[in-house]
Design a protein around this ligand. Structure first.
Ligand code: AMP
Length: 589
């Protein structure tokens, strides 16, 4: 199907052509004729990136009358960024139409500017719910003759607590309006809103209900929780041209991961709720123009960010909610491009992958965490590739060439190549030469988490907190949750004595627990006497304790405090001092 066949006004067709849209996207093919020819309401399950703004924008622009100066269409969206994006898109689509005013209304901007814009009697408003209600209450916006109400990213609006605001707004609009609701997912609350406020509506679904884009490949890596950051680095190093978002669960984690990445020489920054609006705008602007390669963000902070050409989404932690995963992964694979959604999980989270697979009706592929050799090879050939493609400014280099040739004339071509490659590459080789295998040594993910856990051995541990410290089972669980940050660790048979508390843990969770408690001053966690099966982890503890004191570890032997793992966490720390990092150079490419 072509845009011409959709019977849109010539002004709209010419704009679409100027924007370079050749064919309507699937959501446009279905939605545009429906809005143009039917009188019913619409519920459309489509993610951002599928072309849904044009899907509702083009037919609404076709149907409204620019000669009439009153609000004919209202688009409600969850964030100010999305508001601005939609209003920019609508202005683009209508650039060849005259007499049309489109005004975005959102919080966080001086209301006087928006009041002035409202004085132009716009036909289309694009608003966030809170600011719109404010303006309605001031008597500055009237919706009593509204023809079209579009609820965009309706599930996100509900997630952000706008349910009542939406209802208040709906009540301000006439029954004769048409409602077009767009949502990436279909939770019950959306169905309720549709039932309550919409007339006999049509449902248009692109792909399966609650489905993810076909353009996205879903991959997961299984690692120990303590290796999460190292795995992230391997993934990033394996994908030198990555342009993506790393999703974290909390602000704290977001800050920590972004800081570590920056320290390690990556072109990354953080986006989270502790930043001021101005700081957020700066980070987002840098990311949008690809001045940043990696954005580490919480789900909430990333909401407003609308970027279409991300190569990867990385789930540093899996979200608890499948819908959140759908939103995250839907940030890549947009506008007909391919994308990859990667998740770093620990063994106990395999069941979550199964749940998401079921909901999304997609198969996730488990991949091995790349080893040092693979990363080095990838980086090396990426370097060679860049060398082949580099633009050479002969004129600028010419004055120096004679001296350079003279200085290097004793080297063969092969020597020369080896040296140039080593110059850039030694740091990678050094970092990865002793890199440990981060893969969890077990058969690839199969079976449910519950099954795995039930078949596991239990180990009895003791912690030096007891009645004397007013411990209760609840407090013990609270402490374990706080220290590990991992609620999936299963604790059983808690027994509180005077100075100690004893409890059981599955054998494969002991290490994670011990690691977490290693850094807790004054708190000692150890195997309870008589528990024979705990030799591996207690050895490791002794080894770590020895390393902390600067002695060689028992097992690793000789490396002392600078174990390969410690050293390898910051491979190109001094990189900027000597030369810009490859990622920094890529920025300028
Ligand atoms: P949206 O889902 O509305 O956020 O659109 C995602 C991106 O796809 C935007 O950058 C649009 O400009 C672009 N787009 C929308 N429709 C088309 C089309 N028919 N062909 C190519 N690109 C499109």
């Amino acid at each position: 199907m072509t845009f011409k066949e959709l019977n849109l006004k010539p002004e709209l067709l010419s704009a679409v052509e100027e924007l370079g849209f050749e064919y309507p996207t699937p959501v446009q093919e279905k939605t545009i004729p429906f809005v143009l020819t039917s009188n019913s309401d619409l519920v459309s399950l489509a993610q951002t990136g599928t072309g849904k703004t044009a899907a509702f924008g083009l037919p609404v622009l076709h149907l409204i009358d620019p000669q009439i100066r009153r609000v004919q269409a209202l688009v409600l969206a969850p964030t100010r960024e999305l508001c601005l994006q939609i209003s920019k898109d609508l202005k683009n689509y209508s650039k060849n139409m005259s007499g049309l005013a489109i005004v975005p209304l959102y919080g966080g901007e001086d209301i006087r500017i928006q009041l002035r814009q409202l004085d132009t009697s716009p036909q289309i408003l694009v608003a966030t719910p809170g600011r719109l209600i404010d303006l309605i209450e001031r008597g500055k916006v009237k919706l009593d003759a509204l023809d079209f109400l579009i609820l965009d990213e309706a599930d996100e609006m509900l997630n952000m607590g706008f349910k009542e605001d939406i209802e208040t707004i709906l009540e301000q609009t006439p029954d004769t309006r048409r409602t077009l609701l767009f949502s990436a997912t279909m939770p019950k609350e959306i169905a309720n809103i549709a039932r309550r406020y919409m007339k006999d509506f049509e449902e248009i679904t692109i792909g399966a209900r609650n489905s993810a884009s076909d353009n996205v490949a879903h991959i997961y890596y299984i690692a120990q929780a303590r290796h999460r950051y190292l795995v992230l680095k391997r993934i990033v190093d394996m994908n030198p041209d990555i342009y993506g978002i790393v999703f974290c669960r909390t602000r704290q984690e977001t800050k920590e991961v972004a800081e570590k990445l920056m320290q390690d020489g990556y072109n990354a920054d953080a986006l989270h709720g502790d930043l001021s609006q101005a700081q957020r705008d700066t980070v987002m602007a840098k990311f949008r123009v690809r001045n940043l390669q990696l954005l580490v963000a919480t789900d909430v902070a990333a909401r407003g960010l609308d970027v279409n050409n991300l190569t990867h989404v990385i789930n540093y932690n899996l979200p608890d909610d499948v819908e959140v995963y759908t939103h995250r992964s839907g940030r890549t694979g947009r506008a007909n491009k391919k994308g990859v959604s990667m998740s770093i999980i620990h063994t106990k989270e395999k069941f979550k992958i199964r749940d998401i697979e079921k909901m999304l009706r997609k198969t996730f592929e488990r991949q091995a965490i790349p080893n040092g050799l693979e990363v080095c090879k990838k980086q090396l050939f990426h370097l060679i590739d860049r060398m082949q493609k580099v633009e050479v400014d002969e004129e600028q280099i010419a004055p120096y060439m004679k001296q350079i040739v003279k200085q290097l004339e004793y080297l063969t071509k092969e020597d020369l190549l080896t040296r140039f490659v080593s110059l850039e590459f030694n740091r990678f080789l050094n970092y990865y030469k002793d890199a440990e295998d981060l893969n969890v040594s077990e058969a690839p993910a199969r079976g449910s988490q519950k099954g795995d856990a039930r078949s596991g051995r239990r180990i009895r541990l003791k912690i030096n907190l007891g009645e004397k410290q007013a411990m209760t089972p609840k407090r013990i669980l609270g402490i374990i949750n706080d220290v590990t940050g991992d609620k999936s660790i299963s604790i059983a048979s808690i027994e509180i004595a005077k100075k100690f508390t004893f409890f059981d843990v599955y054998a494969d969770q002991v290490e994670r627990l011990m690691e977490a408690f290693l850094h807790q001053d004054g708190i000692e966690l150890a195997e309870a006497k008589g528990s024979k099966s705990y030799s591996a982890a207690s050895n490791r503890k002794t080894e770590r304790a020895a390393q902390r004191k600067g002695e060689p570890g028992r097992k690793r032997g000789g490396s002392g405090r600078k174990s390969s793992a410690t050293k390898s966490e910051k491979p190109w720390r001094n990189r900027e001092r000597n030369a810009p990092s490859s990622s920094a150079r890529r920025k300028g490419k």
